[in-house]
Design a protein around this ligand. Structure first.
Ligand SMILES: Nc1ncnc2c1ncn2[C@@H]1O[C@H](COP(=O)(O)OP(=O)(O)OP(=O)(O)O)[C@@H](O)[C@H]1O
Ligand SMILES: [Mg+2]
Length: 244
């Protein structure tokens, strides 16, 4: 089974000190890994490092065997087109309307696409995630849950083969969350690889093949879901904040 993303002795420091401390992890293609752990433990930072959105102070991150920080422009373009990221805070551009936000990745990655094709792709993904309101407004007009739906729609636009999802069902009602879970299931069947962060046990049990536990910037465990779940008592899950 081939490895799609590898972190090799990766460290990351911020002003207040070390956030990620010399971690090494491998993520297999076509598999789903849930990253869990207590708040402030470094999960989002690890996900951003794995996606090449943060540059490590030490160590290397590899995508399909190539160091992300040493990719040339063409390789980096391929990597970016094949991956997508749903940020914990959605991270929609505050000064753009929703349609323009969704149009941007298509303009960048598919420059030959016509305006009509972009519109039809945007309509298809917003319908898929269940967003029914106008696309002419800016993100500030949306609830947190609606922003998550648009962030998820943006992540689907370019038909990625690797998706990074940070707390992707947070702020969503059960129906909306189920809709996104079904999209993930269908993309899993198509061979898409997922790395996701969640505190929701139901999601982890339903969707993950592997679970990685990150505590204090270290990988404290990483194993097939069944092993981790049988190794850790429910109490341990509650302590590390992933039971809901
Ligand atoms: N760029 C940065 N600058 C300063 N501090 C940072 C930066 N990135 C992360 N941190 C700090 O690193 C720690 C880990 O943050 P991170 O967001 O990765 O945690 P988390 O496990 O995702 O937490 P949560 O479950 O609350 O989302 C926090 O204390 C945070 O303040
Ligand atoms: Mg986080």
């Amino acid at each position: 089974m081939s490895v799609i993303i590898e972190l090799n002795n990766v460290s990351f420091s911020a002003q207040q000190g070390i956030v990620v401390n010399d971690i090494s992890m491998m993520f297999k293609r076509n598999k789903t890994t849930a990253i869990v752990g207590p708040s402030g433990g470094g999960k989002s930072t690890v996900l951003k490092l794995a996606a090449g959105l943060l540059v490590p102070n030490n160590g290397n991150v590899y995508y399909e065997g190539k160091s992300i920080s040493h990719m040339n422009r063409g390789e980096n373009g391929d990597f970016r087109r094949n991956c997508s990221f749903v940020f914990q805070d959605s991270a929609l551009w505050a000064n753009m309307d929703l349609f323009s936000i969704l149009e941007l990745p298509l303009k960048i990655h598919f420059p030959s696409m016509t305006a009509k094709e972009r519109k039809s792709r945007i309509n298809a993904v917003t319908e898929k995630v269940g967003y029914k309101k106008k696309l002419t407004v800016r993100p500030a007009y949306l609830s947190m849950g609606e922003q998550k739906l648009i962030a998820f729609a943006r992540a689907l636009l370019c038909e990625p083969k690797l998706m990074f999802l940070d707390e992707w069902t947070e702020s969503l009602d059960e129906n909306a969350a189920d809709r996104l879970i079904n999209i993930v299931r269908s993309k899993q069947r198509e061979g898409c690889t997922f790395l996701f962060i969640s505190h929701d046990m139901r999601l982890i049990i339903d969707l993950a093949d592997y679970v990685a536990v990150i505590i204090d910037g270290k990988v404290s465990a990483m194993a097939p879901k069944e092993e981790i779940i049988s190794d850790l008592l429910l109490n341990d899950f509650i302590k590390i904040g992933i039971a809901s």
